[in-house]
Design a protein around this ligand. Structure first.
Ligand SMILES: C[S@@+](CC[C@H](N)C(=O)[O-])C[C@H]1O[C@@H](n2cnc3c(N)ncnc32)[C@H](O)[C@@H]1O
Length: 267
């Protein structure tokens, strides 16, 4: 990718089509790079579990936004193997890599822009949304988050799995050292171009700090907002931001007949 450089030398916020093109160009090498990152898959699984979805996901409809080659989709599936998962990405090549893997029939991949989820293609309500390493790339984060909230059933979780280093000098330093010492050279070696990985470095530095992002989630209407980090070198660098759409989750029907002891009519 060639993210446009602003006068400051920083990349300007780029549109979905430009981001998608960048990921298209790197799709084939993406899995090799993330597999070399210790904890990448484990941390995604942690964020998926932190959503607190119940009953192995039976009867639940979930969205994995910015699913890429399916690493976050696999993490959701690991947490809730029986859920129906719609995985969305703007990059056709990243989706092609995802589709080459083996998935149960309850998982489907859809080409689309998470910034503008089409109401015809994406009919809520959903019972949970995971957005892993997506938010940084969106041009209007508040509008996108509001749309995610609208798509969720009342009381359902959003998990944003994302880098956030702005609030900590140590985190910024470690992130810059790992980016320039490992990620950017490895990206250049595997793909011949380091543009996407330089953009990754810069976009993480530019992204909201933990406090600003949790405030943003609250400001757009999420409730019960909280944040947890992950273990490993990514501690205080990668976070799970959690929130719930407002309202109380639908409980059992009060008019339903009382089942005899030991018989659960909801199963
Ligand atoms: C860093 S990858 C993460 C992929 C996956 N979630 C994971 O955890 O491995 C970010 C993905 O977000 C996708 N993306 C970026 N902007 C998007 C948008 N506006 N709509 C949908 N997908 C987008 C990119 O194409 C890319 O596949």
């Amino acid at each position: 990718m060639s993210p446009q450089q602003g006068k400051s030398g920083k990349p300007e916020r780029i549109d979905a089509a430009t981001v998608a093109k960048a990921f298209d160009a790197h799709a084939r090498s993406y899995d090799k790079l993330v597999n070399a990152n210790p904890g990448y898959h484990e941390h995604l699984r942690l964020s998926a579990k932190r959503m607190g979805l119940r009953d192995g996901g039976a009867g639940l409809r979930l969205l994995d936004l910015g699913c890429g080659t399916g690493a976050s989709t696999a993490a959701l599936l690991d947490a809730v193997p029986q859920a129906e998962i719609t995985a969305v990405d703007a990059s056709a090549e990243m989706l092609a890599q995802a589709r080459r893997k083996s998935w149960p029939p309850t998982v489907r991949f859809v080409h689309g822009d998470a910034q503008e989820l089409d109401p015809v293609k994406f009919t809520g309500p959903y019972d949970g949304i995971l957005a892993a390493y997506l938010l940084r790339n969106l041009s209007d984060r508040n509008a996108a988050l509001r749309r995610f909230r609208e798509l969720l059933r009342p009381g359902s979780p959003l998990a944003v799995h994302e880098y956030s280093v702005r609030d900590s000098a140590r985190s910024r330093m470690v992130w810059t050292a790992v980016s320039w010492g490992v990620i950017i050279p490895m990206g250049r070696m595997r793909t011949g171009s380091a543009d996407l990985y330089r953009y990754l470095w810069r976009s993480v530095l530019d992204f909201d700090g933990v406090e600003a992002f949790t405030d943003r989630l609250t400001a757009v209407g999420f409730e019960d907002v909280r944040v947890q980090t992950v273990p490993g070198w990514q501690q205080h660098i990668v976070h799970t931001f959690l929130g719930r759409s407002p309202g109380v989750p639908a409980g059992p029907d009060p008019d339903a007949p009382t089942p005899p002891d030991g018989l659960d009519l909801t199963k």
